[in-house]
Write a protein that binds this ligand. Structure first.
Ligand SMILES: *Cc1c(COP(=O)(O)O)cnc(C)c1O
Length: 381
């Protein structure tokens, strides 16, 4: 089945008791048993819920994976992956991670004796000197947030596999429409479902997808033991959102390309970070491993003073100043003070994230209106 057909049909079957074409919201915490331990596959809703199950199948199908597990947030999903590790284990990851992942790794898990190495993984070879007998996990995020760097998943997987290291990919920015890391040899795909999968800025949720049954059992055990599971109402909303994922992504990509080109040619713009440009340092990898370039980009103004960036952020009208991304509406963000404030300034600057960088999550509105809004705001700086 092709992507759009899967987005609409995978995991969703008419309700056997009523024929309802849409999966009902099973708003229940428990299930009646005929005799102790004799039930219909559902005992208690932390462990399983039919609405959630349907969504898990849908997300797994979109990632070309066998097993999906949903969590109450993207961070809940990431946390479950780190819980596979033991004190003393080491993790290699990239140096421009999502701020919340960086915070979870350095502030929560380093304290518990897990060691994280942060490196520029746009050069896969940088992994090599960090590998030792304690290395258990390679955590990749590509495209990266907010600098839109692209990591070569296959090259990293090849290096990790030769040392028996598990590879997890945060696929939030790409969505399964643009990139399916399990097909490139990754062991785990993680999503902040909150973003493109949900697509309507009305749900917080996370997901993991894997192919290996034993790994699935371990993660399902963690999900049930630690309890960060999403509710049925949110599961329903995401099932609904996913039905238009392919249509939304098509428009996100179309609008993204138009805005990248518009900004690049504007005299008041400094640098534009978008992997679709042929002179983007990782363009050839992006072209190979992604189906299109997505709706996320970042840029700086030519006048690189903070007060000018803030002026611009205050003057947009259609773009809303907010954290998050991947919804139908366009958002604008100031990473240094918003999404990436949890990364220390010195660390941010070392990794090329300046205080004047502006990030756009380009929605699916009409492109003329989006460009007119950027135009009037640029006139103010
Ligand atoms: C938002 C986000 C997360 C965290 O997901 P939540 O659903 O907010 O917990 C992780 N990684 C990336 C790339 C994100 O954008």
């Amino acid at each position: 089945m092709k992507f759009g057909t899967k987005a609409i049909h995978a995991g969703v079957e008419p309700d056997p008791t009523t024929g309802a074409i849409m999966t009902p919201i099973f708003q229940t915490s428990t299930y009646v048993q005929a005799s102790p331990g004799k039930h219909k596959g559902y005992a208690y809703a932390r462990g399983a819920n039919p609405t959630r199950n349907s969504l898990q199948k849908s997300i797994a199908a979109l990632e070309n994976g066998k097993f999906g597990i949903c969590f109450s947030s993207g961070m809940g999903a990431t946390d479950a992956v780190v819980r596979l590790l033991n004190p003393g284990d080491e993790v290699i990851t990239s140096n421009d991670l999502y701020g919340g992942s960086y915070r979870l790794f350095t502030k929560v898990y380093e304290r518990m004796g897990i060691k994280f190495h942060f490196a520029d993984l746009t050069h896969a070879d940088n992994i090599k000197p960090l590998i030792n007998a304690k290395t258990k996990l390679l955590w990749l995020e590509t495209p990266s947030n907010p600098l839109m760097r692209i990591i070569d998943i296959q090259a990293c997987v090849a290096l990790a596999k030769s040392s028996n290291i598990r590879v997890a990919v945060d696929n939030t920015f790409a969505s399964p429409y643009l990139q399916t890391p399990l097909d490139m040899g990754a062991d785990i795909v993680m999503h902040s479902v909150t973003k493109y999968l949900s697509g309507h800025s009305d749900v917080i949720m996370g997901a993991l997808v894997v192919n290996d049954e034993k790994l699935y059992q371990e993660l399902a055990f963690i999900a049930n033991s630690c309890g960060a599971v999403p509710g049925p109402q949110d599961s329903f909303l995401v099932l609904r959102g996913i039905k238009t994922l392919h249509l939304r992504m098509e428009r996100h990509c179309f609008n993204g390309k138009k805005i990248a080109e518009y900004l690049r040619h504007h005299p008041k713009i400094g640098k534009v970070y978008w992997p679709g440009f042929e002179d983007h340092p990782n363009h050839s990898i992006a072209k190979r491993q992604m189906r299109d370039f997505g709706g996320m980009l970042s840029f700086t103004l030519k006048d690189d003073r903070l007060e000018q960036a803030i002026r611009f952020l205050e003057h947009v009208k259609l773009f809303s100043l907010a954290e998050s991304l991947g919804g139908v509406e366009s958002l604008i963000n100031h990473p240094a003070s918003m999404t990436h404030a949890s990364i220390p300034k010195a660390e941010r600057e070392k990794n090329g994230l300046s205080d004047t960088l502006i990030r756009l999550s380009i929605g699916v509105e009409d492109i003329e209106d989006l460009i007119a809004d950027l135009d009037q705001s640029l006139a103010s700086v």
